[in-house]
Design a protein around this ligand. Sequence first.
Ligand code: 5GP
Length: 135
Amino acid sequence: MASIFSRIVAGEIPSWKVAEDDRYYAFLDINPLAEGHTLVIPKQEVDYIFDLDEETYTGLWQFAASVAKAVQEVIPCKRVGVAVLGMEVPHTHIHLVPLQTEGDLDFRKEKKHLSPERFAEIARAIAVAFNQQTV
Ligand code: 5GP
């Protein structure tokens, strides 16, 4: 059965998309640690990041770097933190989390509650920043 993230890529489940190319997809985490918390995935469905073939693995990090720059343009932060957990969804994904302090990357913290309008606004702004960068 397709993973929930493959179903998002296929458009069967909605997402707040921020970036996409033929091999990768980035969208806002539905339970964000901070505004702009983004997930970056390969479209190829592989559970564990270190099982990706080398080209997909390298491309994923390159794509994530471009997305992170767009996130940082939109969400004022000191750094964009990076985490790979995969404890919940068995489809490789990189978390990009805008950070003010080290503690902002604590996944045990209570998640932010954002309105659908706010999610949409953030996703649109990151998408614009991403598309400007890659032109
Ligand atoms: P992990 O697998 O890295 O431990 O956690 C999975 C992450 O995916 C969580 O942060 C969770 O909020 C996010 N997530 C799970 N299901 C969905 C979904 O359907 N849509 C979105 N946008 N995020 C999801």
